[in-house]
Design a protein around this ligand. Sequence first.
Ligand code: URA
Length: 237
Amino acid sequence: MRLDKLLSHTGFGSRKDVKKLIKSGAVRINEQAVKNSDSQIDLEMETVTVHGERVVYREFIYLMMNKPPGVLSATEDARQKTVVDLLDEGCGHFDLFPVGRLDKDTEGLLLLTNDGVLAHQLLSPKKHVAKTYLVRLKKPLEEVDIDQLESGVWIDEEYKTKPAKVEKLHNENSLTEIHLTITEGKFHQIKRMAKAVQNEVIFLKRLSMGNVKLDPMLGKGDYRELTQKELELLQGS
Ligand code: URA
């Protein structure tokens, strides 16, 4: 990889900034000062330092965010705040994007990455990746509603949803709060499923995706990198 590319991909600024940095003599390859931006680096064999600090190259990054309500699941928007706006500047050079969308008013687990292949796998309808949501409803569910949600409902007369799983919460008698697991991701799917059984979603939070659960230590709007174990779980999802 070219030295200027390596440095701009590891957060040292634009190609122009990096060129200046290299010219200034701050950059060394195997302890040798370099002045040429187009020097080639063998990442396996050579060590690059900037002001004596080792540069570690990573191609992909994987974050889990506890998406707060009121923020768009998008990379940029002219008027509204997006989940990417919530990331620290240090993440800027990674070109992160959210893996799928949660509605503006939905909270909870949102993955962000720059790994298009993994994102595609997780979103592919063929892979049936399970997503579990905490759903609060306006009215209590009847058993017949649960049967319908589980076996599939017509959403807006266009599409019959795939089988889903409803879990009653232990402390809930009136059934206005459930865990609902779906394996697809149609636009407003859960809200439309609730509507199909004459109900309405008043709160929605995603709790898990595949085998990865939202870290309960993450406050609204907080994020952290996935652990190696979580990444492996997702890759196997
Ligand atoms: N279903 C919805 O209706 N909204 C979401 O944000 C996610 C699933």
